[in-house]
Design a protein around this ligand. Structure first.
Ligand code: SF4
Ligand code: SF4
Length: 97
C-alpha cells in the first residue's frame, strides 16, 4: 500500500493546450535561439511562435534543448493560458539570479 503520492502524481504531465504559447512568452531563455543569439527576455514572445501559438521550428534540430526538454505539467500549464502565464512569471521570479 502507498501512503504518499509521488511528485509525478502531484504534478502530472498534461497535454499541451492549443493556442496557449505561454511557455514561449513568459519565461526568459538564456540559450541562443535561431535569430535570437542572446536568447530572449521574460515576457517577450519567441520569434518562432506563429499566429496559432505553435512553434515554427518544432522539428528543427536548431530548436534549443531547453525547449525540447520542457514537459507540460499541471503546475506550469494550469487550466488555461492566463494561469500558465502567471505560473511561469512566478517561476521566473523565483529563479532570477
Ligand atoms: S504553457 Fe503548457 S499548455 Fe501552454 S504552450 Fe506551454 S506547454 Fe503548452
Ligand atoms: S523555439 Fe519554439 S518552443 Fe522554443 S520558445 Fe521558441 S517558439 Fe517556443
Amino acid at each position: 500500500m502507498t501512503f504518499f503520492s509521488t511528485a509525478a502524481e502531484q504534478d502530472p504531465v498534461v497535454s499541451c493546450r492549443p493556442h496557449c504559447g505561454a511557455c514561449c512568452i513568459a519565461p526568459s531563455i538564456s540559450s541562443p535561439l535561431p535569430g535570437m543569439p542572446d536568447g530572449k527576455p521574460a515576457g517577450m514572445a519567441c520569434l518562432h511562435l506563429d499566429q496559432q501559438m505553435r512553434c515554427r521550428i518544432f522539428a528543427d534540430p536548431a530548436r534549443p534543448a531547453v525547449c525540447d526538454s520542457l514537459q507540460p505539467r499541471w503546475s506550469m500549464c494550469g487550466d488555461g493560458p492566463r494561469a500558465a502565464s502567471m505560473n511561469l512569471a512566478e517561476l521566473e521570479r523565483l529563479t532570477m539570479p
